[in-house]
Design a protein around this ligand. Structure first.
Ligand code: DQA
Length: 165
C-alpha cells in the first residue's frame, strides 16, 4: 500500500519562504514526519517535490503504473494554472486530496480558482503544515480498510485456513 505526497513549485523553500503565511516548518521536516506516520500505519509514503510542471506530470503517470493508491498534492501556484496536472491526475484515476498550507480563499483573487478542486476527493486549506498530517490520515484510512469487523482479522484468517485443510 502506498501514498504519494507531491509538492509543487517553491515548496522546497518552506521554512524561510514568507513564514508569516507558510510557517517555519521545512519540507524535509514535513516529509519525514509523513513517512513516519505512514510506517506506523503500515503504509509506504513516497514524497516528491518539483518546481517543474512536466516533472510533476511525469511523476503522476509513474505513480499510476507503480500502483500508488492515493495522492496528496500541494501543487503550489500550478493549482491555479495547470490543466496539465489536472489531466494527469484525472488520467491516473488515483484519488487525491488537494492541499494548501494557507487559506487560499482568504488571499488574492487569483488564488481562489483551482484546476484541481472539482476533481479532488477533498480540499484542505489553511491548516498550516498540520494539513499534511490530516490529509495523510484520511488517505491511510482509505487505502488500508479493515478486512473484517473482527478484532484480530489475521487470526480469523488463519482459523479459516485450518478449517479448509
Ligand atoms: C499554496 C498556495 C498557492 O497559492 C501558492 O502559490 C503556493 C502555496 C499553499 O500551500 O498555501 O505556492 O499552495
Amino acid at each position: 500500500m502506498s501514498v504519494l505526497v507531491i509538492n509543487g513549485p517553491n515548496l522546497n523553500t518552506l521554512g524561510t519562504r514568507e513564514p508569516g503565511i507558510y510557517g517555519h516548518t521545512t519540507l524535509p521536516q514535513i516529509e519525514s514526519s509523513l513517512v513516519k506516520q505512514g510506517r506506523e500505519a503500515g503504509v509506504e509514503v513516497q514524497t516528491f517535490q518539483s518546481n517543474h510542471e512536466g516533472a510533476i506530470v511525469d511523476r503522476i503517470q509513474e505513480a499510476q503504473s507503480a500502483g500508488v493508491q492515493y495522492i496528496v498534492i500541494n501543487a503550489g501556484a500550478f493549482t491555479h494554472t495547470s490543466v496539465a496536472i489536472r489531466d494527469a491526475l484525472v488520467g491516473s484515476a488515483i484519488p487525491f486530496i488537494e492541499l494548501h498550507i494557507s487559506n487560499v480563499h482568504a488571499r488574492e483573487e487569483f488564488r481562489h480558482h483551482s484546476y484541481l478542486s472539482d476533481v479532488a476527493v477533498a480540499v484542505i486549506a489553511g491548516l498550516g503544515a498540520d494539513g499534511y498530517r490530516y490529509a495523510l490520515d484520511y488517505a491511510i484510512s482509505h487505502v488500508n480498510p479493515p478486512k473484517s469487523d473482527a478484532p484480530y482479522p489475521h487470526v480469523v484468517f488463519d482459523l479459516n485456513q485450518r478449517q479448509g485443510e
